[in-house]
Design a protein around this ligand. Structure first.
Ligand SMILES: C[S@@+](CC[C@H](N)C(=O)[O-])C[C@H]1O[C@@H](n2cnc3c(N)ncnc32)[C@H](O)[C@@H]1O
Length: 195
């Protein structure tokens, strides 16, 4: 998303809170140390990639903004940085032990959100957790919002729609909760192998 190129430095100065860190840390603790975790829309890596690295994991950051990724490489030199979009996901099948997507899904329209979930389903191993934030009501008119004078569009499915779409792609929705900043967290789990 090119809009983030325009606000990368401003975003770095604003995103100094720890929002999302408790959820990312809980996920990090739920998988074995050394797991391979994809941070979708990793931004500059602070604070979510940092929390995953602190959990002892190997992290790949995927982001569509070159400017955000330049800061990511500086902040998290031990992580891998990949430029790309989750809708056209450049990874092989079944390679990640977990996926986190903080603050990304609400930028995707309905079709792209479904494509993103389908891609995450393809690239995770069975049993892997997938944590993402979004809204919790069906909203596809592309509501506008501004960050530092730049216009962004926001979309969301409802909780029931996310549950259905996740289910269609082999995930079970295990938890939904909101934080004080009105982010809704979805924690889904890819089906385990049949025994
Ligand atoms: C609100 S920021 C969140 C950054 C970081 N996760 C955090 O916790 O601060 C959204 C990030 O997602 C990236 N992004 C937006 N759409 C994307 C897409 N379709 N695929 C990959 N990254 C995307 C943006 O470039 C931006 O860095």
């Amino acid at each position: 998303m090119r809009e983030y190129d325009l606000i990368a430095e401003w975003y770095a100065s604003e995103r100094v809170d720890q929002t999302g860190v408790p959820e990312a840390t809980t996920l990090a603790l739920s998988i074995p140390r050394g797991s391979v975790v994809l941070d979708v829309g990793c931004g500059n890596g602070i604070p979510i990639t940092r929390a995953l690295l602190s959990g002892g994991h190997r992290v790949v950051g995927l982001d569509s903004s070159g400017a955000m990724l330049a800061n990511f490489r500086r902040n998290c030199p031990e992580a891998f940085a990949v430029r790309g979009m989750i809708q056209s996901c450049p990874f092989a099948d079944c390679v990640f032990d977990a996926v986190v997507a903080w603050g990304v899904m609400f930028h995707l329209n309905s079709e792209d959100a479904i494509r993103a979930i389908a891609n995450v389903s393809r690239i995770v191993k069975r049993g892997a957790p997938f944590l993402f934030t979004s809204g919790d009501v069906e909203s596809f008119d592309g509501k506008e919002g501004k960050m530092n004078g730049v216009t962004f569009r926001y979309f969301s499915h409802s909780v029931n729609s996310y549950r259905r779409i996740l289910g269609d792609h082999g995930f079970t929705l295990a938890d939904v909760h909101a934080d004080t900043g009105h982010n809704t967290y979805y924690l889904a789990k890819k089906a385990e192998p049949r025994s």
